[in-house]
Design a protein around this ligand. Structure first.
Ligand code: F6R
Length: 238
């Protein structure tokens, strides 16, 4: 794992955007794995600026997101599809047919999980996967206890994860109890992985990651099994 320590959140976001743009300049048809949550928002702002000011085009890029809440349709304001459209896709030149997220309302859910994993294999795996990390070490929505061989599946969210994400909802009760997520093995299919961590809140998780003890109890630790992972971490989180 390559570790890049930067001064603050802005520096982390800029560095991450440089790495994304470098890959696009080498391959305009790259497949980019994306995450939601607060951590990548600065990266997305920098990507939008790159498109608007430096003409970085996403016309031929394909994106595959990590996860989607179970029970929320694409047009629900709290769906990750809506989040990604608002924070990124609508402000780039990426055609919406090139963006992919699990369908939160498809039934049966097992079939949707199989469809999404097959799509990952067909379009992807991503040349570069962006990851944030939960305070409990989750990546995607792979909560502690998720096995290393897991593929796309439906998970029951940890209460700590629901509480963390309640800030995006009108009330904590509205946070869905389940989500569809790429599994650990699905994430590890990516050719390269970029993990972002910022702020004091993430310091304990970063410390555990850097302990290198690989265990289901801390899902991000499985990243040590991948050959091409970069962690960009700011001083508060390091
Ligand atoms: C989001 C995701 C999650 C988040 C994690 C950190 O698609 O898969 O693993 O990356 O919960 O969230 P933030 O960035 O809000 O601290």
């Amino acid at each position: 794992m390559k570790i890049i320590i930067v001064e603050n959140y802005n520096a982390m976001s800029e560095k991450a955007a440089q790495l994304v743009e470098q890959q696009i300049s080498e391959n305009s048809e790259m497949v980019l794995g994306l995450a939601t949550g607060s951590t990548p928002l600065g990266l997305y702002e920098n990507m939008i600026e790159g498109y608007k000011k430096r003409g970085v085009s996403y016309k031929h890029v394909q994106t595959i997101n990590l996860d989607e809440y179970r029970g929320l349709s694409k047009d629900h304001p709290n769906s990750y599809y809506a989040f990604m459209c608002e924070k990124l896709f609508n402000q780039l030149d990426i055609p919406l047919e090139n963006v992919h997220l699990p369908d939160g309302i498809a039934r049966p859910v097992e079939a949707e999980c199989r469809r999404y994993e097959a799509l990952l294999d067909r379009i992807g795996p991503p040349h570069l996967q962006i990851l944030g990390m939960g305070t409990n070490g989750h990546i995607g929505f792979n909560e502690p206890g998720t096995p290393e061989h897991s593929l796309t599946h439906c998970v029951k969210l940890d209460e700590s994860t629901r509480a963390n994400n309640a800030r995006f909802f009108k009330s904590a009760d509205e946070v869905p109890t389940h989500a569809i997520t790429l599994g650990i093995a699905s994430i590890l299919k990516s050719k390269e992985i970029l993990v972002l961590a910022s702020g004091k809140k993430k310091a304990e998780a970063v410390k555990r990651l850097l302990d290198r003890e690989i265990s289901e109890a801390f899902p991000a630790s499985f990243l040590w099994k991948h050959q091409n992972v970069t962690l960009i971490v700011d001083r508060d989180a390091y």
